[in-house]
Design a protein around this ligand. Structure first.
Ligand SMILES: [Zn+2]
Length: 451
């Protein structure tokens, strides 16, 4: 199954910033319906003009942020794999064959904040998919041998990831920026914990009951939906599911960061130098304009059209990649700038870090140009229209992600309302509040020589 790394998650989650509010303030104008079943399962359905096809997603409100127990990091991701390994009624193979027979490619991913099961299916076959999904969510069952096999697959995935410099940079960044909160480890968890998954057969079941519960699960349908019929099927298959006795574990709160942090990763092989500069920022919310302003800041200061990229990537050619992401996470998280140095830029670490800090200081010191901000908002709008609304599964993905933050589909419209409200003064205030030295973590990865 796919694993979503921090970079992917942040860029996925930040993409809302790629749109501005319509004149009415609404971005979701397609016919839609949302219902919460009596057991707590939330259902979001959107009619999208894709004849005969429905994209479905079952997001579960559990990610590596919930991994609070020692020795059990990476469990949300491990569990994502186990969800494909059989039920009381079907073996893992029979479960997979059923989807193939129905012409449905299904997959899943895990992030810091959620686990998401998804696929695209002919609308005539949707009821059968809902039945199969309910079966694994309610009746998951597999042997200890199956768990050991899957533990081997996850270890293989870890070993593949660990060969990537970006993964090592992410591990170090999260471990440096977070001391108490489980964001301190990646969704893959620590290797020592992954190595012990083979012994965890007894431990996975309490995890299943704690988090795979009706009040923690949503069903998103986008495409050729029939509100009444689809809802009736959902009630048939998921309606009798009850919340178990075990409650989700409390998540430790990260203390306020009060001074700048730095860390290095040294690789014993040649690789390009990479630098990440991150700032602690608040949790996702549409109650104020903070998150919208932070997303706009990332785009305005470091996107491909920014003065920073013009100078350091296109003119001096010190960098061959620049990424920037606003924060969108369930708990307070980070806002990051990522740099990858080209051959010409090797050794320019200090100059580049100073340049990033100068750019950020410029918006703390004064309000940005109003026209530039307006142009940034416009670019966001254009990009959002294509990335969100280009296909039913893209829209289903957005709904799954954002309803994981705020549990109603209105969150999409509120995000764009907040974005519309951001002015030059908001940008300046938000930069002063969050993009400060005391909230900063800088991590550098380098190899044995320049390239
Ligand atoms: Zn995986």
């Amino acid at each position: 199954m796919l694993k979503t790394t921090l970079t992917v998650v942040l860029s996925l989650l930040a993409s809302f910033a790629h749109a501005a509010a319509t004149p009415s303030g609404e971005i979701l104008t397609l016919p839609h319906k949302e219902v919460t079943l009596t057991n707590g399962v939330r259902v979001f359905m959107v009619k999208y003009p894709s004849p005969h096809v429905v994209a479905y997603e079952l997001p579960v409100h559990v990610g590596s942020r919930n991994e609070v127990e020692e020795g059990k990091t990476g469990f949300a991701h491990f569990f994502e794999h186990l969800m494909f390994r059989g039920t009381k009624h079907l073996s893992g193979k029979a479960f997979g064959d059923l989807y193939t027979k129905l012409g449905c490619e299904n997959n899943a991913w895990t992030s810091y904040d959620m686990t998401n099961y998804h696929g695209v299916v002919a609308s005539d076959n949707l009821a059968k998919i809902l039945e199969a999904e309910a079966d694994r969510f309610i009746n998951l069952e597999f042997s200890e041998k199956v768990l050991r096999d899957e533990a081997g697959a996850v270890l293989g995935e870890y070993n593949k990831d660990v060969a990537q410099p970006e993964f090592l940079l992410e591990e170090k960044l999260m471990a440096t920026a977070f001391e108490k909160h489980p964001y301190s480890h990646t969704t893959m968890g620590y290797k020592d914990d992954v190595l012990k998954y083979t012994e965890r057969y007894k431990d996975v079941w309490p995890f299943f009951r704690r988090y795979y519960r009706p009040s923690n699960v949503s069903i998103v349908l986008v495409g050729d939906v029939d509100f009444a019929k689809n809802l009736k099927d959902i009630e048939t298959y998921f309606g009798a599911w009850k919340d178990p006795e075990l409650a989700p574990s409390a998540i430790p709160v990260e203390p306020e960061q009060t001074s700048a942090r730095e860390a290095q990763v040294k690789l014993d092989k040649p690789t390009q130098t990479r630098i990440t500069v991150a700032y602690k920022v608040p949790a996702f919310t549409t109650k104020n304009t903070d998150v919208a302003a932070l997303d706009l800041l990332a785009e305005m200061l470091f996107s491909v059209t920014s003065d920073f990229q013009k100078e350091f990537r296109f003119e001096k050619k010190w960098l061959d990649s620049v990424s920037a992401s606003g924060n969108e996470s369930v708990d307070p998280g980070i806002w990051t700038i990522g740099l990858r140095l080209s051959e010409a830029g090797e050794g320019k670490n200090a100059e580049l870090i100073a340049a990033v800090e100068r750019v950020i200081a410029s918006v703390r010191d004064k309000q940005p140009d109003a026209e530039r901000l307006a142009a940034t908002k416009k670019r966001f709008r254009n990009a959002a229209i294509t990335s969100w609304f280009g296909a039913p599964d893209s829209l289903a993905d957005r709904i799954a992600i954002y309803t994981n933050f705020e549990h109603d589909v209105g969150v999409l419209n509120r995000m764009f309302e907040r974005l519309g409200e951001v002015g030059p003064g908001t940008i300046n205030e938000v930069a002063k509040r969050y993009l400060t030295d005391a909230r900063k973590t800088t991590v550098t990865l380098s190899g044995t020589r320049g390239i």
